[in-house]
Design a protein around this ligand. Structure first.
Ligand code: FMN
Length: 342
């Protein structure tokens, strides 16, 4: 069983972290501002988006931006993808000039065609020898190496457990496992049972991923022996899953942040997005995260509809302020009405 004492100053995969709630790598999502938000809310560790090793070697601005460290927080894992060990090593040499990082991740999970056609991402699940060689070569840099895999599809000739074992034998410090096959992409349910079996087979060395949407999901994976749990879409859907999970793991009553405090954190986050990534990208991220921030708030749907068509950063701020003012006034009316009733 998970013990409260495990939640502080843990050591997973050769990295020390304050707790086992980790922000998963997410392309186009886990930018510096989002990583900072996750740490502010209590996450123990964050990942960069996946970065192309060949893109790094070419010096592509977009790829280098992925490893942008501006105003970042530690511990931080840089995740790379490549189709072979040599490209990976050359990419890692460039990545480490963007550091500091606490571990190097290898993406062996991405099912997207543009990654698969390079023999990278989940294409490596069919090539355990190449995957092992990538881990071995990356270990030479002296950093913990964290591959991230998906569940092996039925009939692939190797089980997920065998694949994970090969990665550990090659020197991986821990292995993140997403309990969907590449063919499932993000559809259907993650196979929680299989991931938990791996957690039991490699206690404290698996980072569990797949359908983590509630604090109870976090506890479930940790109770099975996961070294840590990766928050992905559950973080976008409700970033306050982090403090709620920490409350649950620590046996504290759940603290419910007020609308005003959510709004304050959101405005700070929006400011960071704009400062670090520019108004265009920031606007897209604000639209993506706003529904989750104000999920349980009356009028959250109206906010989403209001923000949807906006293309201008200043207009977005005005509409957001208006929505907040209306919501606060609505709460005041409700309070006054309750007092009159009472
Ligand atoms: C928008 C998005 C981008 C992602 N990008 C990456 C990535 O760059 N590297 C990676 O290993 N996994 C990536 N993933 C997979 C997540 O890290 C995670 O394993 C997956 O979403 C399953 O967790 P969930 O069901 O709790 O969302 C991505 C997922 C999403 C939704």
């Amino acid at each position: 069983m998970y013990r409260e004492s495990d939640s502080l100053n843990i050591s997973v995969g050769g990295v020390r972290a304050a707790n086992p709630l980790f922000l998963a790598p997410m392309a186009s999502v886990t930018t510096a501002a989002v990583r900072r938000l996750a740490v502010q809310l209590g996450a123990g560790l964050t990942h960069t988006e996946m970065a192309s090793a060949t893109g790094l070697v070419r010096g592509g601005r977009q790829t280098l931006r992925v490893l942008d460290q501006t105003n970042d927080t530690r511990p931080l894992v840089a995740q790379l993808f490549a189709g072979d060990a040599e490209s990976l090593v050359r990419g890692a040499e460039v990545a480490l000039t963007c550091g500091p990082f606490d571990a190097l991740g290898i993406n062996m999970a991405c099912p997207m065609p543009k990654v698969l056609k390079r023999g990278a991402g989940s294409a490596l699940l069919d090539r355990p020898d190449e995957a092992a060689s990538m881990v071995r070569e990356l270990c030479r840099f002296g950093f913990p190496v964290w591959p991230k895999v998906r569940k092996e599809p039925a009939g692939s000739g190797i089980t997920t457990e065998e694949f994970v074992q090969i990665l550990f034998e090659a020197g991986a410090s821990c292995v993140a496992v997403h309990g969907r096959t590449p063919g499932q992409r993000y559809e259907g349910q993650a196979d929680r049972k299989s991931v938990k079996e791996l957690c039991r087979a490699f206690p404290g060395r698996i980072l569990a991923s797949g359908d983590v949407f509630t604090a109870e999901d976090v506890l479930d994976y940790l109770s099975a022996g996961a070294g840590a749990v990766l928050l992905a879409r559950g973080f976008i859907a409700d970033p306050f899953i982090v403090p709620r999970s920490l409350d649950l793991l620590s046996g504290r009553p759940e603290a419910r942040p007020s609308l005003a405090s959510r709004y304050e954190i959101f405005c700070e986050f929006a400011g960071e997005l704009e400062r670090l990534h520019g108004p265009k990208m920031a606007l897209g991220m604000v639209k993506r995260f706003a529904p989750g921030f104000f999920k349980f708030q009356a009028g959250a749907g109206a906010l989403r509809r209001t923000l949807g068509p906006i293309n201008d950063w200043n207009e977005m701020q005005i509409r957001l302020d208006e929505w907040f003012g209306q919501s606060e006034r609505g709460k005041e009316h409700a309070r006054n009405a309750a007092e009159l009733d009472g």
